[in-house]
Design a protein around this ligand. Structure first.
Ligand code: ATP
Ligand code: MG
Length: 572
């Protein structure tokens, strides 16, 4: 009996362990063993050569999330070792996006370029120890000599240069005395290693390029692999978390740390599976292509999987964090269904977004027994999920617009909405009954003539009789026009990169990813502010575009109401 509490404590700790992911388990183990004096310090290290996408968001949530959980810190570090593709526009957007997601990095952002001097010293140290050499092979010769995973490479004829000669040549490289492409500095490791990354990888190349931060100070730039691990070391990063493709680079990073002779706390790398999303391309190169070829309007086009694209589309930081949380972290690559992300934004906006009435494909309805010239204000609930959201007044008059799809002249059995002779509820307004269908000479329906029951004000049944449907509407006289952008998925194929022979991912573009319509909206929507989100009742979630003005109102569809994820996963 007396040992019950112990059993319970164990069970509780087992329970806790089960819900931890493999990185959290590792960190808890490190903390238990007093590694790094109990410090947890992570970093998010983007290369400023594009805008952040939803895959980066996963990495951001993971790195900042771990620091939050274990009372640690997270650095934002720009891995800016490649001057030709980098730009301050990207630096600024990355900071904005990380902040928008709700995270704050430790101190100022860091830059790998801050360590160019230190890295240069490390390189000299390796040369002095006989661990690096200047190689005059051309790039083609060097890659031809690398061999294959099953065939050892051939050692460079320059591999056994003296330390003095190497120091002298490296000095010349650094001083701009040698033209671009003539030589590189390489680590002297093992040309026969089964790990290709250890076959004397390049550490420095000559590049007469202007750098966005260091200007023209340098004409040699460190390779990413030489900069990455050492930057982590300099910053005191304890847990270097990165995606799986870097697993094979890890021995090289360890080799640098050991052979440069870095002492004290050092970083250890752990890899997780990158996020792949269905119906989405994620590579920055491809996203840049979409922008450059004007297939989308820019990095923040609401169809782009970029953070700024999602923001403009109407996604919230909370929805993206919820998504990151739900997908978790894994050790094996997989493809996440994009409908899960759409599910997350619906969940979030359902609680937050005020409801509004909007008709996107209008059909006129004349309420023949409603007094001409009369207008009344009807009370509408802003958000049934949030009692603090209150109510608003919506104008009603003799002529209204309803959604064309909500009427059928000859309805099939399962159609319960409006039809000749049938009564339905106009949301927050009245019961109405359809008496006549008005057509033009070609037989197209142009209007409906209906009568209303004055006793059913507010949409309440006067006598207990019920109607099978409630439809939305706007008053014709009061409705305001807006451009409504109906966005859909950018690709038609779940895996856009899987293209037919001879074609590329662009062959899988969805020709209907954007449809423009003129919506008729309840007038209160003119008070929207850019970025404000609404649920257009029965249609979907919409967000006032960043360029929204009352003179030129524009709404973007964030997502429709139909939750395919809930269906797939059997929830709800
Ligand atoms: P891309 O392959 O899209 O060009 P990248 O990996 O080159 O992206 P970086 O700027 O180097 O982009 O990435 C910064 C960080 O974000 C890295 O730590 C990287 O591991 C992580 N990251 C990039 N893409 C994903 C993804 N799809 N899922 C999870 N993490 C990612
Ligand atoms: Mg990268």
């Amino acid at each position: 009996m007396s040992d019950h509490p112990v059993v319970d404590a164990n069970a509780a700790s087992e329970e806790k362990k089960k819900s931890l992911n493999f990185i959290e388990l590792m960190i808890e183990e490190d903390l238990k063993n007093g590694k790094n004096n109990g410090r947890v310090h992570t970093r998010f290290p983007p290369e400023p050569n594009g805008y952040l996408h939803i895959g980066h968001a996963k990495s951001i949530c993971l790195n900042f999330g771990l620091a939050e959980k274990y009372n640690g810190k997270t650095n934002l570090r720009f891995d800016d070792t490649n001057p030709s593709t980098e730009d301050t526009e990207y630096v600024d957007s990355i900071m904005e996006d990380v902040r928008w997601l709700g995270f704050q990095w430790d101190k100022e952002p860091y830059y790998a370029s801050d360590y160019f001097d230190t890295l240069h010293e490390y390189a000299i140290r390796l040369i002095e120890n006989g661990k690096a050499y200047v190689c005059h092979l051309t790039q083609e010769e060097a890659s031809a000599n690398r061999g294959t995973p099953n065939k050892p490479g051939i050692e460079s004829p320059y591999r056994y240069r003296s330390v003095e000669e190497n120091l002298e040549l490296f000095r010349k490289m650094r001083n701009g005395e040698l033209p671009e492409g003539t030589c590189t500095l390489r680590a002297k490791i093992d040309m026969a290693s089964p790990n290709m990354h250890l076959r004397d990888p390049a550490m420095y190349r000559i590049k007469f390029a202007h750098h966005h931060r260091t200007g023209d100070k340098w004409c040699i730039y460190p390779m990413y692999d030489f900069a990455h691990g050492q930057s982590d070391y300099v910053e005191g990063i304890t847990h270097s978390i990165c995606t799986l493709e870097f697993e094979v680079h890890r021995p090289l990073y360890d080799w640098f740390v050991e052979n440069i002779g870095l002492t004290g706390d050092r970083p250890y790398q752990t890899e997780f599976a990158r996020l792949n999303l269905s119906y989405t391309v994620m590579s920055k190169r491809k996203l840049l292509q979409l922008v450059n070829e004007k297939i989308v309007t820019g990095w923040d086009d609401p169809r782009m999987p970029t953070i700024c694209g999602y923001r403009r589309r109407g996604y919230t930081p909370e929805s993206i964090r919820m998504f990151a949380d739900k997908i978790g972290v894994a050790k094996r690559e997989n493809l996440i269904d994009v409908s899960l992300l759409e599910h997350c934004i619906r969940e979030d906006l359902n609680k937050k977004a005020n409801r509004a009435l909007a008709v996107l494909n209008p059909l006129k309805m004349v309420i023949t027994n409603y007094p001409e010239g009369q207008t009344e204000e009807l009370e509408a609930i802003n958000n049934p999920e949030d009692e603090n959201a209150g109510t608003r007044m919506v104008p009603f008059s003799r002529e209204v617009y309803i959604e064309r799809d909500d009427f059928m002249e000859d309805p099939p059995k399962k159609f319960f909405r409006l039809a000749p002779g049938r009564e339905v509820r106009l949301r927050y307004a009245y019961f109405i009954k359809c008496n006549d269908v008005i057509k033009d000479n070609d037989g197209n329906i142009v209007a409906l003539h209906c009568t209303y029951d004055p006793e059913s004000k507010g949409g309440k049944s006067p006598d207990g009789r019920s109607v099978k449907a409630t439809i939305h509407w706007v008053s014709a006289e009061h409705a305001v026009k807006a451009e409504v952008r109906l966005y859909d998925r950018l690709f038609v194929s779940p895996n856009p990169d899987d293209a037919e022979e001879g074609k590329d991912f662009k062959s899988n573009l969805n020709p209907d990813s954007l449809k423009l319509v003129t919506g008729l909206l309840e007038p209160s929507l003119l008070k929207a502010t850019p970025g404000e989100k609404y649920q257009f009742e029965r249609i979907g979630y919409f967000c006032a575009d960043k360029d929204f003005t009352p003179e030129k109102p524009v709404f973007n569809r964030t997502v429709s109401l139909k939750d395919t994820w809930a269906k797939v996963s059997g929830q709800m």
